[in-house]
Every structure is written in structure tokens, then in C-alpha cells.
Design a protein around this ligand. Structure first.
Ligand code: GLC
Length: 433
């Protein structure tokens, strides 16, 4: 299928309309602040037509960085009433206010991709020299405070950290969180923007918010929360994105002579082993792990393919993953559904329980491409572009009908369209999609 060039200006206009003066909101109303991994992908989109603005997106994101290195998942640059939970509920005393948890750390990889696409390498180098120490501090925080025993897997403290808020992978682990009997009352805002059938259930929201009270009571002490938080999982989205980000950080360190290669290589050896320990031979997939029970969470999700993006999978495991995704493809029209479509937990239109997400597709396709499976990578790219062209730049898409779901005029969907349609040769991939 040919790219409809006419959609490129439309995608650019979405980023411009969602620009709030240096940072981009994911979509007006539903998500009116700056989100971490959205900002990464959105910067990649801006890079296609305004490089200075692309780098600025990351500069503003790091305005939210904590002094311990943590990069929060939301930066509340200015007050907005259309979203809950806002800064008051998080209770983080800093300027600008932020949330108290993180999200998939895509930034180091995005910075590398931006450098590889830069038409202004002087600006790129200047920006990288200022961003690099902050990214390194962020990755050191992951190691020091979220993997203090060097297991190679990060302890994730909230489903929101994984980026896949209501994935069926978290059902049991979240179900074990007892709702705080003194949970302060609240009014959800999300269901006034989007049909509730496409959003998480109330029982999940009560637990999401209970976890915020747990953090506040612990004074946000990460080492204590890693031991005591009632929700603790190893998430493929976080671990694989972090592994890849550390590979890219090491590459940047070498290229610019920062001298941190040995430290980063040590992290990579541990996380390679950690990720590979999540492989399930019978299922032909990687599974997330419940760190309270130590047990694998045996539900296939789109993140189950991300060890290809991380680059930790053996060629044999990569071949098995291809077979698994081919089986999924027999049940849906559009790849990649966020949950195994043969699972009883699959729900085609509920957020992370079935719908297709453009950003995850980008990572999975890159992984298949790098393992030499160009046909599957091309199929995933094609499906993504076709979804945007027929349903618009929606937050997520129905994997059977292609219907656009969730928020509309969505920044990261438009950004992936721009990144993919204007540079089909994926950076760093060594192969074309
Ligand atoms: C939702 C998604 C999350 C995303 C955010 C903003 O919470 O689950 O991954 O970052 O929206 O788009």
C-alpha cells in the first residue's frame, strides 16, 4: 500500500495543535500534561519537520527529573482541571509538580534515533551533551533503587509505570492490593472524555489510587517500596525498553567519549539474563513476572515480543516468537493486539486488553526487522499506517474492525505515522521495513 502523503500534513498539525509551548500533550482534555514515553515518541515525530522543537520536547521532560535521578511519568507543567489524579493527589512538593512513578524509559533510544535522523548534527550534539548526564542519572536510579539486589529485572510498583495500565497481565497482582478503606473520595475524569467500555473498570481505579496513598505514607522511599509495596511486578515493557535504552546509552557514551561503557555493560549483562529468564518454552513467549509470588504471569501480551526489540532473544527464540505472532494474526485483522486474541481475557476494545497501539507496534516491528524477519516487520508497519489512514490518529484501534478508539487527534499515533511514513528505513535497524 502506498503512503497517502496527504496525511503527513495532518499528522504534523496534530502535533502543532497539541503543542503547549515546548511540550506536547498526548491529546487535549483526556491527557492535558506531558507524559514520559509519549514525549519520547512525540519528539521523534517532531524530528521529521522541526528539529529544534523536537529537542525542546526532551528538555521540558527533564524539567520534571527528581534530584535522585527518577524521571516521572507525568510532568504537570501548568494546572488543568480535566484530568485526575492531578498534582494535589500525588502530593509531590517540587516545581514543576510531577507524579511519583516512572514509565518505559524510551528516551535514550529516541535520542539515538534523533541523532541518526538529524539534518542539523551540530544542534543534535549540543543537545546530547546536555541530555546525556541526565539520562545516565535516570538509568542509575533504576539500578540503584529498583534493582538493588542486581536481579537484572526492575521492580515495578504501579500498572501505570508499565505504560499498559489495565493489561490483563496485572489482574491478579492488582487484585491482591486491598483497597484503602480510607481512600479519599475522588471523581474520575477519563470516563467523561471516552466511552467507559474503552476504559479501565472502577475496581481497578480504586486500586490504582490506593497505591498512591501507599507511596505517600512511605515518603516515596523507593527501597522500602521495593520491599513492601502491595503491587510488585517485573514488566517486559520496562525491562526490554530499559535494556535497549542502555544499549543506546552505551553507544552514545562510546561515540562522544563519555567513558561510562564499563558501568553500562555491567547492567546489560544482568538485564539480558533477567529478561531471558522470563521465557516460557511451552508457550513460545516471554511472560511478565509477579514479584510478590515469584511466579510467571501466564498471559500473552504484546510486550511478550519485546525481547526482540531489546535484542536479548536467541535466534531460536526469535523464530518461536514469529510463529506465535503468526498464530495471533490468524485471529485478528490488524497486528499487534495488546493481548493474545485466543485468551479468555482478550477484550477487543478495552484499552490495553486487546486494542492495537501504534507505539508498541513500532518497537515490535523494529525487533522483528533486526532479527531478519522483514516480512513480519513490514506487515506490522503496514497495518499501523492503514489504521491511521482509515480511522484517523486515534489513541488505539480495534484489532478486528480497525475502528479508532479512546482519545482522538493523538500525538504519539501521529508521531509514529510521521516517523514511519517519512523514513521507512528504520534507524538503527540495518534493514528496511
Ligand atoms: C495512558 C496509557 C499510557 C500513556 C498515557 C498518555 O495512561 O496507558 O501508556 O502514556 O495514557 O498517553
Amino acid at each position: 500500500m502506498q503512503i497517502q502523503e496527504s496525511l503527513v500534513p495532518e499528522a504534523q498539525q496534530i502535533l502543532q495543535a497539541n503543542d503547549r509551548g515546548g511540550f506536547t500533550v498526548p491529546t487535549a482534555g483526556l491527557y492535558p500534561f506531558q507524559w514520559l514515553w509519549d514525549a519520547g515518541f512525540t519528539a521523534l515525530g517532531w524530528m521529521q519537520f522541526d528539529e529544534a522543537r523536537a529537542w525542546q520536547e526532551l528538555d521540558l521532560l527533564f524539567q520534571g527529573q527528581w534530584s535522585n535521578g527518577m524521571l516521572p511519568h507525568i510532568v504537570f507543567h501548568r494546572p488543568e482541571a480535566t484530568y485526575f489524579p492531578g498534582p494535589e493527589r500525588w502530593g509531590v512538593a517540587r516545581t514543576p509538580p510531577t507524579s511519583a512513578i516512572t514509565q518505559p524509559p524510551v528516551v535514550a533510544s529516541v535520542v539515538r534515533w534523533m541523532l541518526e535522523r538529524a539534518r542539523n548534527p551540530v544542534l543534535a550534539e549540543e543537545k546530547i551533551r546536555s541530555l546525556y548526564p541526565r539520562i545516565l542519572a535516570y538509568h542509575r536510579w533504576f539500578k540503584r533503587e529498583r534493582d538493588p539486589h542486581n536481579t537484572g529485572l526492575v521492580t515495578v510498583l504501579h500498572p501505570w509505570e508499565t505504560g499498559a495500565d489495565n493489561s490483563p497481565a496485572w489482574d491478579e497482582a492488582l487484585g491482591r492490593v486491598t483497597v484503602d478503606p480510607d481512600l479519599p473520595p475522588y471523581t474520575r475524569r477519563d470516563t467523561s472524555h471516552v466511552d467507559p467500555s474503552q476504559r479501565p473498570h472502577q475496581s481497578e481505579y480504586d486500586r490504582f489510587l490506593t497505591l498512591l496513598e501507599v507511596y505517600k505514607r512511605a515518603g516515596f522511599d523507593q527501597l522500602r517500596l521495593v520491599r513492601e509495596c502491595p503491587f510488585r511486578v517485573a514488566s517486559l515493557l520496562i525491562d526490554c525498553v530499559l535494556h535497549r535504552a542502555n544499549r543506546d546509552l552505551l553507544w552514545l557514551s562510546e561515540r562522544f567519549g563519555f567513558g561510562d561503557e564499563a558501568e553500562i555493560a555491567g547492567w546489560l549483562e544482568a538485564s539480558r539474563q533477567g529478561i531471558e529468564s522470563l521465557w516460557d518454552e511451552g508457550a513460545g513467549l516471554y511472560f511478565n513476572r509477579d514479584l510478590r509470588t515469584g511466579q510467571p504471569i501466564r498471559v500473552g501480551v504484546s510486550a511478550s515480543f519485546l525481547p526482540l526489540f531489546a535484542g536479548t532473544a536467541s535466534p531460536e527464540r526469535a523464530r518461536r516468537l514469529l510463529g506465535t505472532l503468526e498464530a495471533w494474526a490468524g485471529r485478528v485483522r490488524y497486528l499487534v493486539p495488546s493481548t493474545d486474541p485466543s485468551s479468555p481475557r482478550f477484550e477487543a476494545q478495552r484499552y490495553w486488553r486487546g486494542p492495537v497501539w501504534a507505539v508498541v507496534n513500532y518497537l515490535i516491528a523494529l525487533g522483528f526487522s533486526e532479527y531478519g524477519y522483514g516480512e513480519m516487520a513490514g506487515r506490522i508497519r503496514q497495518d499501523t499506517l492503514e489504521l491511521c489512514e482509515t480511522a484517523g490518529f486515534s489513541e488505539y484501534f480495534h484489532p478486528l474492525t480497525g475502528q479508532g478508539l479512546g482519545g482522538g487527534s493523538f500525538s504519539w499515533t501521529a508521531a509514529i505515522y510521521l516517523a514511519w511514513s517519512q523514513s521507512p528505513h528504520t534507524p538503527g535497524a540495518g534493514g528496511s521495513l
